[in-house]
Structures are given as C-alpha cells and as structure tokens.
Design a protein around this ligand. Structure first.
Ligand SMILES: Nc1ncnc2c1ncn2[C@@H]1O[C@H](COP(=O)(O)OP(=O)(O)O)[C@@H](O)[C@H]1O
Ligand SMILES: [Mg+2]
Length: 116
C-alpha cells in the first residue's frame, strides 16, 4: 500500500480488495500511478531492483520492500504477482493457502454439540 501511494502522486485513491475461496485468500492493491513496463513487471520482486528512468529521483527507495514481502509470502506457500500498464497504474497481488480444516467442517457441528 505504501508503494501504491508513493508511485501514484497524481491519483487520489488506491483500491484494496480481498477475495477468498475454499483454497486461497487473495489480496490486491490497485493504484492509478506511473505503472510498470512489462520488462520491469518481471523484475520488481528481485532484491535491490528499482526501475530506472527520468522519474527515478522523485521516488527514493532501496528496492527491498517487494523482495522482502515476496520472500515472506513464499515461505507461507503463497504467490505474489503484478499486472500493470505504464502510465495507467499497477495492481499487486498476493495469495495465501487457506487452512483446510476450517473449511471442511460441516456448519452443523456446533448445533449438534449443544443438543448432546
Ligand atoms: N505501485 C507501483 N507502481 C509503480 N512502480 C512500482 C510500484 N511498486 C513498486 N514499483 C517499482 O518497483 C521497485 C521496487 O519496489 P520496492 O521493492 O518496494 O522498493 P522501493 O519502493 O524501496 O524502491 C520500485 O523502485 C519501483 O520502481
Ligand atoms: Mg517500496
């Protein structure tokens, strides 16, 4: 979310969404900022990778945030990815596997226990 704000100085909103199904929870952060070229989309999760160009001085940083975030997500067996169009904005996603037992439980379990 801090990247979404930082890399969209002309925009006045970001959109954060979560979607869950039985297998995964996915969170997305969409911005309407500078966006990313395809070649950079493939590399932004690399350690120390920062997009070069004339705008670079406007956005100081280390190129570590997305690397650290993606390593944490991977260690929880999740995935991270980005979709983007230069000058239109970016959407960053991560998904994490849902704990299976919570979803496989029949909804009537609690009621049955109370009747005993
Ligand atoms: N929302 C975004 N929109 C456009 N470019 C982004 C966005 N988030 C990250 N980037 C690009 O990816 C690079 C790596 O991001 P990050 O790891 O958070 O490091 P930092 O923000 O410190 O540079 C950034 O330098 C920037 O070029
Ligand atoms: Mg950052």
């Amino acid at each position: 979310m801090t990247n979404a704000i930082k890399y969209s100085p002309q925009a006045d909103k970001i959109i954060v969404k979560t979607v869950a199904d039985a297998d995964n929870l996915t969170l997305s952060v969409q911005d309407f900022g500078v966006g990313l070229l395809r070649k950079d989309q493939a590399r932004v999760f690399e350690r120390y990778y920062r997009v070069g160009g004339t705008n670079q001085n406007t956005y100081p940083g280390l190129g570590l945030g997305l690397y650290i975030a993606s390593e944490i997500i991977k260690r929880h067996k999740g995935r991270v990815w980005v979709t983007s169009k230069a000058a239109e904005g970016s959407t960053f996603y991560f998904s994490l596997p849902m704990p299976k037992h919570q979803h496989r439980q029949p909804k009537t379990t609690l009621i049955k226990e109370k009747l005993k």
